[in-house]
Design a protein around this ligand. Sequence first.
Ligand SMILES: [Zn+2]
Ligand SMILES: [Zn+2]
Length: 332
Amino acid sequence: MSDKQQDNPDDDEDWMQYANAGFGQTDYSLWDEGEAKVEAQPSKVSDLENDIDTDDDMEDDQLSTHVEEIPRAPSPAGHKHLVRIGTCDHCLGRVGGKKMFDQSIEQAGIAIRTSILRGDSHLEKIREDNPLCPFCENLYQESELLADIIFDSLHPYELKRVQLGARFPKDQMESEEEIRKRFGAGGSDALKTGLVAEIAKNLNQRLKGVKIVNDKPQIVALIDVLTLTVELDIRSVYIYGRYQKLERGIPQTRWPCRACKGRGCSRCNETGLQYLKSVQDLIGNPLIERFGAVEHSFHGMGREDIDVRCMGSGRPFVIEMKSPKTRTIDLV
Ligand SMILES: [Zn+2]
Ligand SMILES: [Zn+2]
């Protein structure tokens, strides 16, 4: 008997009833029934199993049964529970299972709360009593601020495509998932997905001519929700070309000074270089300024000895501009 009752909330038929209940038209009799079941259960269990269960087991059984008897959203009783535990409007919309296509999650959440308060006005000040949203720990309140921080950090860079990511403490993600799967509607967005989408929405209103993408980004903005900071991963620009080397004695890539390993010493005249010139520096250094890059990396097609020349149509190379501020320049 107890097993059957525990399974009820996940029962397919029950789900359909909730889904068809029609939001805002129920007088919460479902909830009352739920509470009645919880109260009725212990006596039934004790009647059947009193002689085999120890008292400790009995308490555990009652406790877990009580928790599982709270129906999940989008049932009205589930919504009421979400409101009662201090869920914020954004999370109410995210896990409430009632968001309509043209609504933001905040609007969907406000609609759910309004409907619950119509029947239970004593829950009106619940967010003052429980100021910390159990789902997002009030991170949604910071989504405008985070969009501002990203916008400001992107400002020095020319870009058309940005991708957003977020770094969450693992235990926060796990505990959110646990209560979402227990009380939230099936198929609700996880906190990370939902929060990144909200920040993207806010950022989108600020950005002009920049798309927020999921692949081939020029910059990835990684939000750390613990410190409320943003880290940028600026993708390199690669320039393809061919070079001729008409003079011997120039290495293909930069060689650090053997004596000081590049730190700069009297042997290398404080340059840190074994050879003053290299194909890499001759091509890359002027480009670094044009691109506002921090450094370059040279990828020649095949190595080349320092004492050979390179004639004809030249040797193909790709030079990489790292962390460039500018992406489009006229090289001619
Ligand atoms: Zn929340
Ligand atoms: Zn040196």
